[in-house]
Write a protein that binds this ligand. Structure first.
Ligand SMILES: Nc1ncnc2c1ncn2[C@@H]1O[C@H](COP(=O)(O)OP(=O)(O)OP(=O)(O)O)[C@@H](O)[C@H]1O
Length: 671
């Protein structure tokens, strides 16, 4: 059964409110709003409206991916601006005069009535006009002043002062981290007619310009100190977001609306993301991902009210559906979820980025990894293979999720060198299988053996450290060695739960110097015999490591570059190709690498190729596969699909993941 349920233990910010307003159909282009049905929902004493869409008898399949569209309230076409004002805006004005900031945002498809809602007409004043009127009255009664700024943010993120177009506006942070709109003019509002005068002039001047942009009016309330407007107490923001347009539509001259549309749509998405995060009380709010949210940051954070009004066209408009879906997603925050039992577990129980996930994708250093990488090789080579490759990669993820489920049981066989450098060894193949090419036991097994040795040595180190002060000169000379040895031990993190050990590459030279450590530190460690034993064991381990490295390099050896065949083979094999291309090193560099460096470089290259795969899947995979990726839950997957409607390849590099609230660092950590 599908429905909407409220999660009991929510921490939802009630001051972030999402409403919809269906534009009046009195306009000649309006047919009727029968394509939108609004239903009441009452759960746990909370009223909401659920919106569904139909064309004639055909329900539009908008809910397949995300269930019904839910907003806190939907005003129908007969409800006038003053009704919306009384219920939604007036309470904010009272709070602004009590010192809080408030923000009212209108969004919607082009022609959905955003400007009409804010500006209105002489007969039906809009929310801004009604608000200024109310504020002037309150100001007069409370010895306060009202001032206004009016700006525009275009698709190139330029900010223009609409009250004084000659001024340059800079968005800066002051010493307290507060956003300053440096250069933006403020005009004291003294009466309604004076307001109509300057505001009307500024709005009309933009009407002839076809460019889409966001427009913002700031109404400042200051304590009345005569002529000076120096003590700004609080702000009421009105933001009229540019009309949403599907970026795949063609403009009148036949060109794709592409870039400017994409930028505008992106900032609309970011605005919804920000409100989503605020509504859900998330710790990270992506203000900085768009100019407009960055500018509004001070008003949006804190305790002030935020109202997002999604304006809907009275006649069928696909962009309106997109917008209401976006609003619904943000409105539901973490508080609502589809009660479809299969989806419930995913969407309700899981935060956006579950910290419990450790690895989004597993690989293996042995044959299985090589086979997987060979599959990925096709992805690099030919984009036309994308879907097949995606399927393969999907299979990969399928495998990885299987592996994930085996994780607990298999944890004992893990080893990671250099903080995840060798995460490809996680979930390695069973220890009895041999590497096809080398005929050696799998790397993981060899490394595991070393780990066990190291662990046993480590566990005995404290007992042989001399902690009593030594006054002889020799001790002073060797104390660094003790420190080194201690560092060595601390770098060999042992974890009894999962038997993991991490040895950073930085520490490897210490192994080479094992003899030196042994010779000198033996004098400063209390039990000479035991320490000598340890050093010997260390040396043995170093040698083992070295031999593994050389055997590894023979598995991922780099074929000669000039070989014509190489071009073909390296792409097929994947790993060597990655070594060359992803690391950005020349062959000369590679030949001068030590075996160990080659090995580490190979790991880095592989990481980069995994990053590429991750991005490629985000750009191409279907929802089911997306949800198998580390960090992608039901909501993010839905959002990614929405982003792909605007831009077929929204993720070109890891930085682009910001749009979906993931950081490069985070993703790199998972790889
Ligand atoms: N409630 C209403 N009653 C009558 N006409 C309306 C109403 N709302 C909007 N309109 C008319 O519909 C048209 C489009 O409205 P409006 O300009 O407000 O849309 P918009 O969403 O701001 O569009 P854009 O994003 O392109 O600027 C206008 O001609 C406006 O007068």
């Amino acid at each position: 059964m599908t429905g909407v349920a409220r999660k009991q233990d929510l921490n939802i910010n009630p001051k972030v409110r999402f409403i919809a307003k269906i534009r009046s159909s009195s306009h000649p282009d309006g047919l009727s709003n029968s394509w939108i049905s609004v239903n009441n929902i009452l759960r746990d004493g909370v009223f909401s409206h659920s919106l569904s869409f139909s064309l004639g008898d055909h329900p539009l399949a908008t809910s397949n991916r995300m269930g019904p569209c839910v907003v806190d309230y939907c005003y129908d076409q007969n409800e006038k601006n003053d009704v919306v004002f009384e219920r939604e805006v007036k309470p904010s004005i009272d709070e602004v005069f009590d010192g809080c900031n408030a923000t009212i945002i209108a969004c919607g498809a082009s022609g959905s009535g955003k400007s009409y809602l804010f500006q209105g007409t002489n007969d039906e004043p809009g929310l801004i006009v009604l608000a200024v009127n109310g504020m002037l009255r309150l100001a007069a009664n409370n010895r306060k002043s009202v001032a206004a700024s009016f700006y525009e943010v275009d698709h190139d993120h330029n900010v223009k002062d609409l009250l004084d177009p000659n001024r340059q506006v800079f968005v800066l942070k002051d010493a307290h981290g507060k956003t300053q709109l440096k250069g933006l003019s403020q005009v004291l509002v003294t009466s309604m007619s004076q307001f109509h005068n300057f505001y009307g002039r500024a709005t009309n001047s933009r009407k002839s310009i076809p460019e889409r942009s966001h427009k913002g009016l700031i109404l400042y309330v200051s304590s009345d100190v005569g002529e000076k407007l120096n003590v700004v107490v609080s702000k009421l923001n009105f933001v009229d977001l540019a009309g949403y347009q599907d970026a795949r539509n063609k403009s009148l001259d036949g060109h794709n609306l592409a870039e400017s549309t994409t930028n505008i749509n992106k900032s609309i998405h970011v605005m919804h993301n920000v409100l989503y995060s605020l509504k859900a009380n998330e710790t990270h709010v992506p203000y900085r991902e768009s100019k407009i949210t960055n500018m509004l940051q001070d008003s949006l954070r804190g305790t002030g009210r935020i109202l997002m009004v999604t304006c809907l066209n009275p006649s069928f408009c696909h962009d309106s559906i997109n917008m209401v879906r976006l609003a619904s997603r943000s409105c539901q925050g973490t508080s609502w979820a589809i009660t479809d039992s299969s989806k419930k577990a995913n969407s309700l129980a899981r935060p956006m980025v579950p910290s419990s996930h450790k690895i989004w994708m597993h690989g293996s250093a042995s044959t299985s990894a090589r086979k997987q990488t060979m599959s990925r090789g096709h992805i690099y080579r030919n984009k036309a293979h994308c879907s097949t490759s995606t399927m393969k990669a999907g299979k990969l993820f399928g495998e990885s999720s299987d592996l994930k489920s085996q994780k607990t049981g298999d944890d004992n066989s893990k080893i990671a060198l250099s903080t995840g450098e060798l995460s490809m060894f996680d979930e390695a193949v069973p220890s009895h299988s041999l590497c096809n090419e080398c005929g050696l036991p799998p790397l993981s097994a060899q490394l595991q053996e070393i780990v066990n040795k190291l662990r046993s040595i480590c566990s005995s180190i404290p007992s042989c450290m001399d902690t009593t002060p030594h006054n002889d000169g020799f001790h002073t000379a060797t104390s660094t060695d003790i420190a080194e040895l201690t560092t060595l031990k601390s770098n060999m993190r042992t974890d009894d739960d999962n038997n993991k050990i991490a040895v950073s590459t930085r520490e490897l030279p210490m192994f080479d110097e094992g003899k030196k450590i042994g010779k000198e530190s033996s004098c400063s460690i209390c039990n000479l015999d035991r320490s000598a034993l340890h050093i010997k064991e260390f040396e043995e381990i170093v040698n083992n490591m070295k031999s593994i490295c050389s055997s590894t390099s023979s598995c991922i050896d780099i074929p000669p570059h000039d070989d014509a065949l190489h071009a073909q083979t390296s792409t097929d094999i994947g790993e060597p190709a990655t070594l060359n291309s992803s690391m950005g090193v020349s062959d000369r560099d590679i030949t001068s690498f030590s075996t160990w460096e080659k090995f580490i470089a190979g790991s880095t290259g592989m990481k980069n190729s995994l990053a590429q795969d991750y991005l490629r899947l985000l750009n191409t995979a279907d929802k089911e596969v997306l949800q198998k990726l580390k960090g992608i839950g039901e909501k993010r997957a839905t959002y990614i699909l929405e982003l792909r409607e605007d831009n077929p390849e929204p993720f070109k590099n890891l930085d682009d993941l910001k749009v979906i609230g993931l950081s490069t660092k985070q993703v790199r950590r998972w790889l």
